[in-house]
Design a protein around this ligand. Sequence first.
Ligand SMILES: Nc1ncnc2c1ncn2[C@@H]1O[C@H](COP(=O)(O)OP(=O)(O)OP(=O)(O)O)[C@@H](O)[C@H]1O
Ligand SMILES: [Mg+2]
Length: 225
Amino acid sequence: MGIVDADIYGYSVPRMLGADRDPVVIDDMLIPPSNHGVTCISIGYFVPEGQAIIWRGPMLHKALEQFLADVFWDEPDFLLIDMPPGTGDIALSLSQYLPRAEVYVVTTPQPAAQKVAALSAAMAAKVNLPVKGIIENMSWFVGDDGKHYEIFGSGGGQELADSLGVPLLGQLPLVPELREGGDNGTPITVADPESECAKAFQEIARRIAAELKPKKIFSSALKVS
Ligand SMILES: Nc1ncnc2c1ncn2[C@@H]1O[C@H](COP(=O)(O)OP(=O)(O)OP(=O)(O)O)[C@@H](O)[C@H]1O
Ligand SMILES: [Mg+2]
């Protein structure tokens, strides 16, 4: 499994994954670091901590190209591209570099957030990338009293899924352990795999791998006849 942190301005994947070793350069290839069985590349490896990336579109386009073409990905089962919010340069570049990519849209249950997430789905349709499913984050918080509190309202994920005719793949609760794990590089699926939240992640992954598995269209294997 590989992850491209395509959120160049707001990179966060290396920290969340605890993949803090820098990539290794061999000839012209970058060997990306991995942790918890996930390999990742991010602009975070190439800038000093705290430095902001202030780039116009063509620079972003070039960085994304290098992430895809100059990194030794081996042959991962899945290459996940973590997109920045919005429908700007990166989203446009991605649709050009990976015209067969498939899109999963993450929203919160709140109508205002769902409307914004719907714009990403609308862009995907415009550039001919299929939206395969919706994931709802921050669906509820379980209080010490065991009650579910729907802090951001309810129904946004299901509504978006229905309007696009795709499945709602799962709902992730708001849990402090997830936030902590993101900050210290231990994903909740590793830190506490039996928790409600980790199980929701596992079920989403299972559904993508089993029900929505992308078709393998290209093979890099040489055919010698
Ligand atoms: N369900 C959750 N429970 C607790 N904390 C969460 C949850 N989801 C996200 N967070 C926290 O919020 C931070 C930002 O979340 P995340 O990176 O998923 O946002 P995002 O949707 O990618 O935002 P953006 O669209 O700006 O990139 C995470 O680092 C994590 O700490
Ligand atoms: Mg993000």
